[in-house]
Design a protein around this ligand. Structure first.
Ligand code: GLU
Length: 342
C-alpha cells in the first residue's frame, strides 16, 4: 500500500514537472504564435511605458522638441503579420537607423566586398561621431554604422548629382518599408545648421581618399537621409525585409539580394549600438540599429523585426524604453541568435 502510494505520488510529481517545465520548453522550441507575439508587444509596452529615464537628443535642436512621452512597440514578422501597440503611427526621424539600409544599397550596387574594402566593417567601441575613430585606421572609415562610415556609404551610392543620390536612397527605403516616406523638413534644417562635426568627418575622409563623391554633397545627402520620417510600423517592415532574406513580406517584392542580408546583419550586431554594442549583444543577442530620433530596429533572422520607439536616450544615444522593450521580447521567447541557453 505504502509503495503504491509512493508510486502515485511520484507519478503526480512527474506529471506536474512535465506540465510546468517540459511543456513550456517544448512550446518555446516552436516559433511564438501570433497570439503570443501580440500579447508580448502589449506586455512590453505596459511594462516600460512609465519609465522616464534618459533625455531627448538636443544636439540637433529640433529633436528636443519631439514629445518625450511617445512610446511605441511593433513587430512585423517575416510573413508580414503586424503586432503594434502605442505611438506606432507617429512619424519620427529615422536618424542612424537609416545607416544599415544605405549600406545594403551600396552592397546591392557594388557587392559586399566593396563595403569591406572602401568603408570597413570593424566596430569602433567608441561614440557614434568619434573623430578619433575616423582617424584610427587611415585606409577606411571603420564601419558604415558610425557617422563617418555612413557618410562614406552615401558617397558610394551611384548618382550624378545630389538630388539623384538622395532620390536613390529614398526610393530604396520606400521599397524596404512598403511606404512613401518623406523628409521631416524641420529636422533636416535643424541638423543641417548644426552638423559641423559631420562635415569635419567628411573632410578627414577626403584628406585620405576615403570618401567617394564631393564630401559636402555626401554630408548633406546623409543629413537628409537621417531626417526621413518613419513610423515604428514602417521601420518594422524595413527590418522584416531583412528578416525575410531581402524580400519585403508586405509587397512580396525582392529588394536586397539574399547574399547581402547576413553581411548587413553582421555589421548591425557588432556596431549597431556604437559603444554599447557589446552589452546589447550580451543581453538581447540580436542584430539591431539605434538612432537618436528614438527608434531601434532589431532583426530576428528568418522570423521577425522588433521595433521600439521612444525619444528619451541614454548617454550612448540609445533609446531607453525601446531597448528595454526589445530586450524583454527577445528574452521572453529566447530569440538571441546565439540560442536560448536552455
Ligand atoms: N544624424 C545624426 C548624426 O549624424 C545621427 C546620429 C544617430 O542617430 O546616432 O549625428
Amino acid at each position: 500500500m505504502k509503495t503504491e502510494m509512493t508510486m502515485v505520488a511520484r507519478s503526480i510529481v512527474l506529471m506536474a514537472w512535465l506540465l510546468v517545465v517540459a511543456v513550456p520548453v517544448e512550446a518555446r522550441e516552436n516559433p511564438p504564435s501570433a497570439a503570443e507575439l501580440k500579447a508580448a508587444v502589449q506586455e512590453a509596452y505596459d511594462k516600460f511605458k512609465d519609465v522616464t529615464d534618459g533625455a531627448n537628443a538636443n544636439y540637433i535642436p529640433e529633436l528636443d522638441k519631439v514629445p518625450s512621452d511617445l512610446f511605441g512597440v511593433a513587430i512585423v514578422t517575416a510573413r508580414g503579420e503586424v503586432f503594434a501597440v502605442g505611438d506606432v503611427d507617429y512619424s519620427f526621424s529615422i536618424q542612424s537607423v537609416s545607416k544599415p539600409f544605405t549600406a545594403a544599397l551600396v552592397m546591392q550596387q557594388q557587392g559586399a566586398e566593396a563595403v569591406a574594402q572602401k568603408i570597413g566593417v570593424e566596430p569602433t567601441g567608441l561614440v557614434f561621431n568619434s573623430i578619433m575613430a575616423t582617424q584610427l585606421i587611415p585606409q577606411v572609415s571603420v564601419n558604415p554604422l558610425v557617422n563617418s562610415g555612413a557618410i562614406a556609404s552615401v558617397s558610394m551610392v551611384k548618382a550624378d548629382s545630389a538630388s539623384q543620390r538622395f532620390d536613390a536612397i529614398l526610393d530604396w527605403f520606400n521599397r524596404l518599408a512598403a511606404a512613401q516616406l518623406t523628409v521631416i523638413e524641420d529636422v533636416y534644417q535643424s541638423e543641417a545648421a548644426t552638423n559641423q562635426r559631420n562635415r569635419a568627418h567628411a573632410y578627414i575622409l577626403a584628406a585620405s581618399e576615403r570618401i567617394y563623391s564631393d564630401p559636402m554633397e555626401a554630408t548633406d545627402v546623409y543629413t537628409r537621409q537621417c531626417s526621413i520620417g518613419v513610423t515604428a510600423k514602417q521601420l518594422a517592415v524595413m527590418g522584416a525585409t531583412l528578416a525575410n532574406g531581402g524580400t519585403n513580406p508586405v509587397t512580396g517584392q525582392r529588394v536586397l539580394d539574399a547574399q547581402y542580408v547576413p553581411k548587413v546583419l553582421s555589421v548591425m550586431l557588432t556596431a549597431g549600438f556604437y559603444n554599447e554594442s557589446g552589452i546589447w549583444s550580451y543581453t538581447a543577442g540580436l542584430p539591431a540599429k539605434t538612432g537618436v530620433g528614438g527608434g531601434i530596429v532589431a532583426v530576428v533572422p528568418g522570423r521577425m523585426a522588433i521595433v521600439g520607439f521612444s525619444p528619451r536616450l541614454n548617454e550612448a544615444g540609445n533609446s531607453v524604453r525601446a531597448m528595454k522593450a526589445i530586450q524583454y521580447i527577445s528574452e521572453k521567447f529566447g530569440l538571441s541568435i546565439f540560442g536560448d541557453g536552455r
